[in-house]
Write a protein that binds this ligand. Structure first.
Ligand SMILES: NC(=O)c1ccc[n+]([C@@H]2O[C@H](COP(=O)([O-])OP(=O)(O)OC[C@H]3O[C@@H](n4cnc5c(N)ncnc54)[C@H](OP(=O)(O)O)[C@@H]3O)[C@@H](O)[C@H]2O)c1
Length: 328
């Protein structure tokens, strides 16, 4: 990335409001735009007035988005997609736990070589800001809570390990570039349209199927859950504050909750007691620790999560419409 100036968009002359601040409109490419995060972030950035472009294996479903269709391993297609962009948000990658564990090499290839292709294309095309979604899993078992960005990086699963390697590659690239690089260490995002293998969709699907008892793994382990709309706001904030060189921020809620807490809230929202059972098959002993993000660094840019776990779960029930809320 040879240029720290904003390039390629006449719309950068305009401003839109971001809370009390203003944000220059930009030409933004989102790789993985058809995924969970990509589709929500695209909508949020379009609503904020940005010119959003996509890179996807599938045809883009958003009407106002022009999309390059291709595989992230196709370096030429990636370069074509990055041409003329101010900002690239690189979300394309293998995310399913089963794929990462069952087929680590092809998954690593997509995640590592794919990111290499994006970094190279950004450099060649003069993109001024790259945003990459790392994970709270880079920290591994916390030595202290809440976990701030200085916490040692000791990932203990494949996702965390691959994110740590990618962070190194980005850091290395940033050290010889004028462009801005933002790494968001994202904790557990939930919201409408999430892939079904994650905890909250797993609970909702079992309830929607009319199961008498919800079957889960560990019921007590506490994780940090952030509602997708709050992540979209975090992305808007880091676009408005590219900074210099490499900047790393935690993106979490700063609150930790156990599956038991989620079930209690859902029971209240649905107006019934939810029976639950824990099975060995669903346990992930390597992840048996409390996780809670220190979000003061990102909050210093003017961002803070606005959606509580109860409000977020209610929004999912209202939007997905598979389960009636109590009183509806
Ligand atoms: N969700 C979270 O809680 C969370 C937390 C921390 C970090 N992150 C990171 O955020 C990023 C996006 O996550 P997500 O939850 O939105 O995942 P997702 O729903 O699985 O979306 C991933 C996207 O990547 C695309 N993709 C996969 N392989 C590709 C390839 N070879 N070429 C082109 N595109 C490819 C997929 O395309 P198809 O649509 O064609 O399958 C999909 O649109 C990932 O890097 C993930 O690790 C997510």
């Amino acid at each position: 990335m040879g240029c720290s100036c904003l390039v390629g968009s006449e719309r950068t002359l305009d401003d839109v409001s971001l809370g009390k601040k203003t944000m220059a409109l930009q030409k933004i490419l989102i790789t993985g735009i058809s995924g969970f995060l990509g589709s929500h972030i695209a909508k949020g950035l379009i609503d904020a007035g940005h010119a959003v472009h996509g890179f996807s294996r599938r045809p883009c479903s958003l009407a106002s988005v022009s999309c390059v269709q291709g595989d992230i391993l196709d370096a030429e297609k990636v370069a074509q997609a990055c041409e003329g962009m101010d900002v690239v948000i690189h979300l394309a990658g293998v995310t399913e736990h089963d794929a990462l564990v069952g087929h680590p090499l092809p998954s690593f290839e997509v995640n590592l070589i794919g990111t290499h292709n994006v970094l190279k294309a950004c450099q060649e095309q003069g993109v001024s800001h790259l945003i990459y979604p790392s994970s709270g899993k880079v920290y591994g078992r916390p030595k202290s809570l809440p976990i701030d960005e200085q916490h040692p990086l000791q990932p203990n699963n494949l996702l965390g390990a691959s994110k740590r390697i990618i962070e190194h590659i980005i850091s290395f690239t940033a050290s010889s570039s004028d462009a801005a690089f933002t790494i968001l260490r994202i904790f557990n995002i939930y919201g409408p349209g999430q892939r079904r293998q994650f905890l909250i969709p797993t609970i909702l699907d079992q309830l929607a199927m009319g199961k008498k008892k919800v079957v889960l793994g560990d019921l007590t382990v506490k994780k940090d859950y952030l509602f997708i709309a709050d992540l979209v706001e975090a992305v808007k904030v880091v676009i408005a504050h590219p900074g210099n060189g490499l900047n790393i921020f935690n993106a979490g809620s700063g609150v930790s909750s156990a599956p038991q807490d989620i079930l209690a809230i859902l029971g209240k929202l649905l107006g019934r007691k939810i029976e639950v059972e824990s099975t060995r098959e669903r346990l992930r002993p390597e992840e048996h620790y409390e996780e809670r993000a220190d979000i003061s660094k990102l909050s210093a840019l003017g961002w803070k999560p606005k959606v509580s776990l109860e409000q977020g779960l209610k929004k999912i029930l209202q939007m997905e419409k598979d389960l009636p809320l109590a009183g509806d």
